[in-house]
Design a protein around this ligand. Structure first.
Ligand code: 4AD
Ligand code: MG
Length: 432
């Protein structure tokens, strides 16, 4: 048995006999040669079957392979005659592990989105989806490394929750041994408890919103990373968000440039993501909209279109802070200089990718927080544990949530979030 290697390791094996295992991606033949494009997850390489190098039986077999046949191939590694840095295998042995029972449904030709989404489990094998999966994994690794490397402790938040965090209109309710429980919308409230224990906490996991709207940016299930820091104010929160995002973008450019280029992302736009990010108030954002001809007025919330107009003036993310309290969740601290405003911030990605981060400073005064819970018509009993955080050594604190899928959409340049997560869950999609 020869040495088994992965395709991305072939460069170190020139002149050696190796075995690779994978799936047939593409094939062409010309007389005495079959060119098999094999993919194994680490990469794609050309395997050349020359009539003079193999038995008649293997040569004939190589002529009848269909797309996605799983194969074991052995041969000698060599550098491609014309493409420097590209390696191929001169095949001497070829073993078919499994022949597809039907024609593989996804060919290089154009398919409709619904068809591709229905076949998501197979679509993932395509070059483009493979590249996106790898960028996503890199973003997640960068997120974890950033917080792990900056004094944060990972504290996992529960998925079943007794109370809402982000409003009651988009809760997924489940039957929890006879009681109502909700799939978590955010781990934030638990991170506030965690911040009092470890100072700098973060959670990272799936979160759920029963969004009734079909937009390019909303999923029913998405992954969110949520840092929460004791004794940090809104200013510190904005600085943290900025430093964090810059580090994630730089890491992805460093490690996944090849993938970004393969999906034709204009990486020059990502090179611009440097500190400092511009900061504008909500009031200034409304002015920007009005100047651009939108009939926006103070008190309006921003949808995707508004966010695009606001961010169009900048080549890097823009931080919009101090929204009206009326637009925001119950837990935000009021701006002491104008209690109608929240000490919150949203980070809007450039190029129209919209809000990727939402967060801010939390209300730390017990009576004010109780009044906010009442004002939002939330059940006080469900929040008693959360109010305890104000009863036992209340402390200023702030944090935020970054949505992984919107970040993937931005960094990969994808117009819709459905390709940013392996198996998207949306209003009309629970399959596959
Ligand atoms: O702005 P949101 O709702 O904030 C919170 O949940 C806070 N509790 C976070 C915190 O302060 N710890 O959501 C945060 C981010 C958004 O900016 C967006 O990137 C993403 O989560 N997000 C969604 N992504 C995909 N589909 C959805 N339905 C999303 N809702 C929010
Ligand atoms: Mg938000």
């Amino acid at each position: 048995m020869t040495k088994r290697v992965k395709i991305d390791q072939l460069g170190g094996e020139v002149g050696e006999r190796v075995t690779i295992e994978g799936w047939l991606y593409n094939k062409r033949s010309s007389g005495k040669l079959h060119f098999l494009e094999l993919r194994d997850g680490s990469g794609i390489c050309q395997c050349v079957v020359f009539k003079g190098d193999v038995s008649a039986e293997i040569f004939a077999k190589a002529d009848h392979l269909s797309q996605e046949t799983s194969l074991r191939v052995s041969g000698v590694v060599r550098e491609h005659a014309k493409l420097k840095g590209t390696f191929e295998v001169g095949v001497t042995e070829l073993e078919v592990l499994a022949t597809p029972m039907r024609e593989f449904p996804i060919s290089p030709k154009e398919h409709g989105t619904d068809f591709l989404m229905d076949n998501r489990h197979l679509w993932l094998r395509s070059k483009r989806q493979h590249a996106i999966l790898r960028v996503r994994a890199e973003i997640i690794a960068a997120v974890r490394d950033y917080f792990d490397g900056n004094g944060f402790t990972l504290v996992d938040a529960p998925i079943f929750t007794p109370n809402a965090c982000e409003g009651t209109s988009n809760l997924f309710e489940t039957d929890y041994h006879g009681d109502a429980a909700y799939l978590t919308q955010s781990g934030q409230l638990y991170m506030e408890a965690a911040a009092a224990a470890v100072g700098k906490a973060y959670c990272f996991g799936p979160t759920f919103r029963a969004e009734k709207s079909k937009t390019r940016r909303h999923l029913a299930e998405f992954w969110m990373v949520e840092p929460e820091v004791a004794f940090m104010d809104l200013e510190g929160d904005m600085e943290l968000a900025e430093d964090f995002l810059v580090s994630v973008v730089a890491r992805v450019l460093d490690k996944r440039r090849k993938e970004l280029e393969s999906i034709e992302r204009d990486t020059s736009k990502l090179e611009l993501i440097k500190k400092p990010f511009p900061r504008i108030t909500y009031a200034q954002a409304i002015e920007t909209l009005q100047k651009a001809g939108h009939d926006a007025k103070h008190g309006d919330d921003f949808g995707g279109d508004e966010e695009t107009v606001i961010s169009n003036g900048f080549d890097r993310p823009v931080i919009v802070h101090r929204y009206p309290m009326d637009l925001k969740a119950f837990y935000f601290k009021k701006d002491p200089t104008d209690p109608r405003l929240a000490l919150n911030m949203d980070v809007l990605a450039p190029e129209g990718y919209g809000e990727v981060i939402g967060g801010g400073q939390r209300e730390d005064d017990l009576a004010t927080l109780e009044a906010a819970i009442t004002h939002h018509k939330l059940p006080m009993e469900a929040f008693e544990w959360y109010l305890d955080l104000r009863r036992y050594g209340s402390f200023p604190h702030a944090g935020f949530g970054l949505g992984i899928e919107r970040t993937v959409a931005w960094l990969c340049g994808l117009p819709h979030v459905r390709e940013t997560i392996p198996f998207p869950r949306m209003l009309n999609r629970l399959h596959p």
